[in-house]
Design a protein around this ligand. Structure first.
Ligand SMILES: Nc1nc2c(c(=O)[nH]1)N[C@H]1C(S)=C(S)[C@@H](COP(=O)(O)O)O[C@H]1N2
Ligand SMILES: [Mo]
Length: 318
């Protein structure tokens, strides 16, 4: 089953036009503290014990971007392990157990083995990143993540110079994940993703444990997910349980399924169409009844990654 063609699903539950007072116009402190308006939207998922309560990030985002309303970002999701409809993850992931959570580290690194997520994250300083997020289906949001640069986590495992790529895998647990029980599922679980090592080490590559000042909700990839804001959303793998350093380019789920449609790199690129639709513009998913469109930007607007691809034909390596 390929990514569904872009369609205008507006779940009934997404009628609130209330916007969080985050980003533009808000002071740095206000972006982290739930405002009176924010408090009127319940944040139901408490998160793992060690992340419980409001997350405070030492470095606050200064992009000035206005975040997508919380209700929209948590009720319009892609997380096929919990179903393929946009509302399935919110409906099916609420009891997902994310604490304790272990990550298996394998391959070309000095420190491999099984590590507690808490041990990996809690020695690092959380940052806030309000990021443009562009799905390959040609819709976009702005998501205020909290987490750490991926590089800080990867460096702790001391990858060897022969590690040219890093691969990630999502949990496999059909009992908790109804999408993995479906006879119609075509993803060969686990969901797999990967980055070239220099991409993974770029400051913009991020490992999120929170969103909107709280722990990540399960439908958004609790307890830990990748956020690669210059690439299509499917690169931002959720609920990671495995990290592997390797010499060869990793197999990635959407590429395995439809190699002509989804490349390994999948950098946001308005000039490279998906075989079945244009990527020149995107629908802004904000919960409004009349979604607007905006032009899609090269690298989703994150030009600072361009030098990673010097000399590469990005039409060929799409
Ligand atoms: N494990 C896993 N990770 C995943 C997906 C998935 O189905 N399974 N979907 C991807 C896609 S296509 C997108 S657009 C984003 C959606 O993230 P969001 O629901 O937090 O907006 O998650 C990505 N990560
Ligand atoms: Mo996506």
């Amino acid at each position: 089953m390929p990514h569904p063609k872009e369609h205008e699903i507006t779940p009934k539950s997404i009628y609130s036009r209330r916007h969080f007072l985050m980003g533009a116009g808000a002071t740095a402190a206000a972006t982290m503290l739930p405002t009176a308006e924010a408090e009127s939207v319940p944040i139901e998922y408490p998160g793992p014990d060690w992340l419980r309560g409001p997350l405070s990030a030492r470095s606050l985002d200064s992009s000035g971007l206005e975040s997508t309303p919380y209700k929209v970002a948590t009720q319009y999701n892609n997380f096929y392990e919990f179903g393929t409809d946009k509302t399935d993850p919110a409906n099916n992931a609420q009891d997902f157990v994310t604490d304790p959570w272990k990550i298996e580290v394998e391959g070309l690194a000095a420190k491999t083995g099984e590590f507690d997520l808490e041990a990996i994250i809690s020695r690092l300083t959380l940052q806030e990143r309000i990021t443009r997020f562009r799905c390959v289906e040609a819709w976009s949001m702005v998501l205020p993540f909290i987490g750490v640069p991926l590089r800080e986590v990867l460096n702790a495992f001391e990858p060897t110079p022969s590690a040219k790529y890093v691969a990630f895998e999502t949990l496999v647990d059909p009992e908790q994940m109804p999408g993995q029980r479906s006879r119609f599922a075509s993803i060969d679980w686990p969901y797999r993703e990967g980055l070239r090592m220099d991409e993974a080490m770029h400051d913009l590559a991020f490992l999120a444990v929170g969103m909107y000042g709280q722990a990540l909700p399960p439908q958004n990839g609790a307890p830990v997910r990748l956020v690669v804001p210059w690439k299509y959303g499917f690169k931002s793998i959720k609920s990671i349980v495995k990290i592997r350093f390797q010499e060869e380019q990793p197999q990635t789920s959407w590429n395995m399924l439809q190699p002509q449609e989804y490349g390994f790199y999948s950098n946001v690129n308005p000039k490279v169409s998906h075989p079945r639709w244009s990527q020149a513009s995107e629908r802004v998913v904000d919960g409004g009844l009349f979604p607007s469109r905006q032009p899609t930007l090269m690298f989703n607007g994150y030009d600072e990654v361009a030098s990673l691809y010097n000399g590469m034909d990005l039409k060929k390596f799409f």
